[in-house]
Ligand binder design. Structure first.
Ligand SMILES: NC(=O)c1ccc[n+]([C@@H]2O[C@H](COP(=O)([O-])OP(=O)(O)OC[C@H]3O[C@@H](n4cnc5c(N)ncnc54)[C@H](OP(=O)(O)O)[C@@H]3O)[C@@H](O)[C@H]2O)c1
Length: 306
């Protein structure tokens, strides 16, 4: 039974991120009903006590509905399906990485119906979620953040409130522009070190322990060393975020030369057919451009997460 301390929750989206986030919520004891376009991807969540819906309109009667899909176009579609009937949630928490404009349009659409809305994008991939290290950045009414916080804490240890409206969106966009620039820079320096004779695992071991090391450089190290590019985040989704960053840069008149170059290198990688693997494959493109044929080093290295 839903109570003020245990609201009923609807969860839209069981992709790479959504399925892991919903799993933590259900395992934490929340009453969760999950809807996903491809139902089979949501079904494993039943083992944690989540219920699986056959259509998104079933989720409308829940107190709080989370959404984790892909682009603003997809968010709009799933919201239309959610709100097609007469039932409606009290609060929507939207976690996909979308534009400021899309987020504002969603806020207006929900406000017309008297539904509160928290923008709550995240930092971290599926492995980071499993390791309990995801972070949320949230904006919207403070009271909605306070209401959502116990649920957010079941999913992630960190949830920052940055203010009203769509401010969380620009924070997340800035974060992912940094991700794109950092991965390209990491690829460049790793290839430079290797061409000069330093094995990748040795170079990255030093870097990870230096002031320049981070959770991100550590968890990308196994991919760089052993060339395992099983996707965590697609080049296409990263390009979307670089484009969102560059659109915002034009709107606010901020020159972003590094971001523009990184965006085009991601585009080049996609044009060469590297679309379905992890965005860390930028390393391979950089090696090819440097006349270096990479081989897996087959060295066991830590990802810093487990
Ligand atoms: N992966 C990461 O490391 C990461 C990190 C932080 C933030 N993000 C952001 O989180 C979001 C999800 O990323 P992801 O990696 O989990 O993507 P994903 O694996 O591609 O999952 C996308 C989800 O959205 C659903 N979906 C997409 N279009 C839809 C539509 N038109 N109607 C209904 N459902 C639709 C998919 O349903 P189906 O299962 O039916 O395809 C799937 O559940 C993106 O905005 C991404 O930028 C990703």
């Amino acid at each position: 039974m839903p109570t003020p301390t245990r609201p009923s929750v609807g969860w839209i989206g069981a992709g790479r991120m959504g399925v892991e986030m919903a799993a933590r919520l259900a395992r934490g004891g929340a009453d969760v009903l999950v809807g996903n376009r491809t139902r089979a991807k949501a079904e494993p969540l039943a083992q944690y006590g989540a219920k699986i819906a056959s259509s998104l309109s079933e989720l409308a009667g829940r107190d709080i509905v989370f959404c984790m899909v892909a682009t603003w176009k997809d968010v709009r579609q799933v919201m239309q399906a959610l709100l097609a009937g007469s039932a409606q949630p009290r609060l929507v928490i939207e976690c996909s990485s979308i534009s400021l404009e899309g987020s504002a349009e969603l806020r207006a659409l929900l406000a017309e119906r008297g539904i509160d809305y928290l923008a709550a994008p995240v930092s971290g991939n599926a492995k980071v979620i499993k390791a309990g290290k995801l972070s949320f950045v949230c904006s919207g009414p403070r009271k909605s953040f306070d209401e959502a916080l116990p649920l957010l804490k079941l999913i992630a240890p960190a949830a920052s409130y940055v203010g009203e409206g769509e401010l969380a969106r620009i924070v997340k966009i800035c974060h992912n522009v940094f991700l794109g620039v950092v991965i390209q820079s990491l690829a460049e320096i790793t290839v430079l070190a290797e061409k000069a004779g330093v094995p990748r695992h040795a170079f990255l071991e030093f870097l990870n322990q230096s002031v320049m090391g981070s959770m991100f450089t550590r968890y990308k190290t196994p991919a760089f060393v052993n060339l395992d590019f099983k996707v965590t985040f697609t080049p296409e989704l990263l390009r979307k975020d670089m484009d969102l960053g560059l659109e915002a840069a034009r709107r606010f008149e901020v020159p972003m030369p590094l971001a523009a170059a990184a965006r085009d290198l991601i585009q080049s990688m996609m044009g060469r057919g590297m679309r379905e693997e992890d965005f860390a494959r930028l390393l391979v493109q950089q090696a090819e451009a440097s006349g270096l044929r990479l081989q897996p080093e087959n060295v066991e290295v830590s990802d810093g997460l487990s």
